[in-house]
Design a protein around this ligand. Structure first.
Ligand code: SF4
Length: 331
């Protein structure tokens, strides 16, 4: 029975700028104000990150009724609906918005086009908090959600002259393009986004998996089951004919996956910290891998600024450790 020989690390992988900023906001709020700090929804979809922050005083809630008066509240990186935003303001919480600026960009686009009389078709996954947040920017019935090509035939906009497409930021680039084509075929006058709504981090990680797939026998994706962009990486590899598994951490690796596989690809969704990658490398080495090779790939240099009131004017509680933030690599 042969064991893995080489681990090939995808580049880029792990934290994106939006996740780095969102975690930084909770860390800084914990450092500057006394715990607990309330966070609407999981700040990012990663079990390790959530457990670490919870251990330091973050409380993750879904219902504003669970936040006491006078509390500090952070909105997660996925963004929130207008109803949540207004509800939190009306209750007088101190609010920090960790919505990724690339999600906010979609919200702004929706608001501006709505003023011009547009109705929307949103490509996304039903029930995902980002989709709820974007659809919740307007009254119900103005944004029509489509999850696949079949949905395109079902939706019934009230008019077809002013229809615009927006997308969730973490979709499969190829699937979204296929759905967009079906939308255009049914509604020829539809307005597509000026630039892709699918974010740079999602696109870069998917492109890296496409590049790596012919070189590997198996792909391990580090990501939590709730992480949309991580699921897309696993699904993409499978679509390309590569056996692929998604794990929350190294303890979920199964030795039999590696039997007869000499080249192991390794990547991580945008919400998975680098420490989990390092643990997966160590475990794969224990199973026999002798070398680690980093693939050539795009170096991401994007950084998003922290909100006013949490900039470098106060103490910070770096609960995840500096080596877990974007830009630092385990090898
Ligand atoms: Fe922002 Fe994309 Fe990262 Fe989501 S995955 S937080 S949209 S950069």
């Amino acid at each position: 029975m042969s064991s893995p020989q080489e681990i090939i690390l995808s580049e880029p992988r792990s934290f994106c700028a939006g996740v780095d900023r969102a975690i930084g906001i909770v860390e800084r709020a914990l450092g500057k104000f006394s715990a607990p700090i309330y966070v609407h929804h999981e700040i990012v979809h990663n079990t390790y990150v959530i457990n670490e922050l919870r251990g330091k005083g973050a409380i993750f809630i879904e219902d504003l009724d669970d936040v006491p008066p006078g509390a500090t509240l952070v909105f997660s990186a996925h963004g929130v609906s207008k109803a949540i935003q207004h509800g939190a303001q009306a209750r007088g919480f101190q609010i920090f918005d960790a919505t990724c600026p690339l999600v906010t960009k979609v919200h702004v686009e929706v608001a501006e086009l709505h003023k011009e009389g547009y109705e929307f078709i949103m490509i996304g996954h039903k029930g995902h908090p980002e989709v709820d947040g974007t659809m919740g920017q307007l009254d119900s019935g103005i944004i029509h959600l489509v999850e696949d090509v079949a949905d395109v035939a079902r939706i019934q906009p009230t008019q077809t002259d002013k229809l615009a497409v927006v997308t969730q930021t973490t979709l499969s680039v190829d699937d979204a393009a296929e759905i967009a084509t079906a939308i255009k075929a049914r509604f020829p006058l539809v307005r597509s986004p000026k630039q892709q709504d699918i974010c740079y981090a999602t696109q870069n990680r998917q492109n890296a998996v496409k590049l790596m797939s012919p070189q590997i026998d198996i792909l391990i994706v580090v990501g939590s089951p709730t992480s949309s962009n991580s699921i897309r990486l696993r699904d993409l590899a499978v679509k390309l004919g590569t056996e692929a598994y998604m794990v929350d951490d190294a303890t979920e690796l199964q030795p039999e996956w590696f039997e007869g596989k000499s080249h192991v690809g390794l990547t991580a969704g945008a919400s998975a910290p680098e420490i989990l990658i390092k643990q997966v490398i160590d475990r794969t080495k224990a199973l026999g891998a002798v070398s680690v090779r980093k693939m050539a790939g795009i170096e991401e240099t994007i950084k998003f600024p922290l909100p006013k009131g949490l900039k470098l004017d106060g103490p910070t509680l770096d609960v995840l450790g500096g080596d877990l933030h974007a830009g630092s690599r385990c090898c």
